[in-house]
Design a protein around this ligand. Sequence first.
Ligand SMILES: C[S@@+](CC[C@H](N)C(=O)[O-])C[C@H]1O[C@@H](n2cnc3c(N)ncnc32)[C@H](O)[C@@H]1O
Length: 384
Amino acid sequence: MGGSVSEQSSQKVEERYDLWRLVTFLPNKEVPVHRWFYYKEGFSRELVWNLLTEFGIEGGVVLDPFVGSGTTTLTCMERGIESIGIDTSPLAVLVSYAKTRVYDPVRLETYFESLIRRSPIKVSEEGLRPITMRVFKKPTLLEILAMREHVSEIPEFDYRSFFTLALMRAAMRCSYVYKDGSSIRIVKRHVPPFRPTFRRVVREMVSDVKSIKLLSGPATIIKGDARSMERIEGQTIDAIITSPPYLNKIEYTRVYEVEEDLFLHDTKRESMRSYIGTVPKSLKSLPLDVDGLPDSAIAYLSDMEEVLREMYRVLVSEGTAAIVVAGAVYNQIVVETDVLIAEIAQRIGFEVKKILAVNRRAVTSSRVKKIGEARESIVYLMKP
Ligand SMILES: C[S@@+](CC[C@H](N)C(=O)[O-])C[C@H]1O[C@@H](n2cnc3c(N)ncnc32)[C@H](O)[C@@H]1O
């Protein structure tokens, strides 16, 4: 019964399951600025902090080609290190951009005062998706749309991004959205009124801006595709700390449907096309001699090959990379993504320093029956 793809590999896997929390977003929930957006698929500031120390990075440039909510870039700013983040998702770009600016708290307060003093305006819900209309009480939705209008008139892009993120957080707190793993549920419950909620969120965020110690910044955030990082010149990056989307886990992007509809307009479809692992197998081939891989794993791994080639190109000689990846289970076959990615990296020319297994997740079918265990690991690479 079952089996695993990659058994014939020579890669050794060290086990450090005590570190599991570091590859989750959980520790960030307590940390100023990092906590501005709960990105379920994110990793922790502590992980990035420890890796920077382990790699001995004190200057130079660090890249995260799957920057998500900006954990790598923000942590680099706390350490005084220049950093670049790339992501294909407009939501991730907004969040990571807003979190990695260097704000003047007085200016934030001034903008906020003028936002809440604006007189009411007439807005319409026309063009919104049905789900968005269903998750708010109508007067709340109208207040959110009016505030969105006021925020869009803030002349400075960085400050506009800050208030867009604040408004998005406040709006979601006043909604009936319940994020249930990979989908949205509508849970009719008591929701707080919008204006005091927005005020509270902005106050918390301004207080975080005052308390975080940034030694450098702002970070460079690029909306782009990790498979072709043409905006980054060869041999200019000293280290990469990243975590690609997990194999077989694309559906979680649906949980952000309301945020995207309200605050990111209709950019989603285009960005999903460049989401790794989504192109059908017929267009792809895999640089490994393994049998039994499901089509979607082939699509994913061949995309990851392109990403690894780009990482190799942009890294300086002796540059290091730490990639957090997770395995998956298909029809009772465990795909050991860490080992397969290490194999591909080796063929490209990387030295595989180690594979550290840090987490084990039980994989279940229909939420009940356990069908296998997928390992989550950090793959350490060096460009010789
Ligand atoms: C696991 S998350 C990264 C989370 C991040 N480490 C953090 O702490 O927030 C993976 C990210 O990869 C992005 N992504 C997917 N395909 C991409 C591509 N082709 N190029 C760049 N980013 C991509 C997704 O939008 C997602 O934000």
